[in-house]
Design a protein around this ligand. Structure first.
Ligand code: THU
Length: 160
């Protein structure tokens, strides 16, 4: 028997320590929470994707009375980015969440389904997505992309 270890690399930034592009992306994710439709959870999540030509695409969570029919902010954003700009790789994705009128203190973390979609987007464009997770107490930046957050992935290689 061998024990195998997965090491997860991420950085903790203050907002002021981020470069201007990252600050802009965080601002866009925070602004996107305002369009969230979350009458059931009251958790208003926003996401912003930076595309290869500098365009920023925003999205948010959209809930439904039939709960599983709703969708998370990350998938709304990535699916829209890919639908509207299929020729432009996604370089970075920022996420923020607001509850009771306040942004979460801890950085919001994407759910498993959204991590799986991020993996597919990375593989489609052959490049990692920098991931920025906003919280009022700090911002996690994951430079290595989704593999840091989703080890032992299921992907198209298993379907061949
Ligand atoms: N949600 C997101 O939009 N993104 C996340 O990263 C976590 C969860 C949404 C789904 C649902 O509308 C609400 O937050 C509560 O789970």
């Amino acid at each position: 028997m061998k024990t195998l270890t997965h090491t997860f690399h991420y950085q903790l930034y203050t907002y002021d320590e981020l470069c201007e592009t990252d600050r802009k992306l965080i601002d866009a994710a925070k602004a996107a929470t305002r369009g969230s439709y979350a009458p059931y959870s009251q958790l208003h999540v926003g996401a912003a994707a930076l595309l290869s030509d500098g365009i920023i695409v925003q999205g948010n969570n959209q809930e439904n009375a039939a709960y599983p029919s709703g969708i998370c902010a990350e998938r709304t954003t990535l699916f829209y980015a890919n639908a509207a700009h299929p020729d432009k790789p996604v370089e970075a994705l920022a996420i923020a969440a607001c509850s009771g009128g306040e942004f979460t203190h801890s950085p919001i973390a994407p759910c498993g389904a959204c991590r799986q979609v991020m993996l597919e987007v990375e593989q489609r464009y052959h490049q990692p997505i920098r991931i920025l997770l906003y919280g009022t107490e700090g911002i996690y930046v994951i430079e290595g992309g989704i593999r840091e957050l989703l080890p032992l992935t299921f992907d198209a290689s298993f379907l061949k």
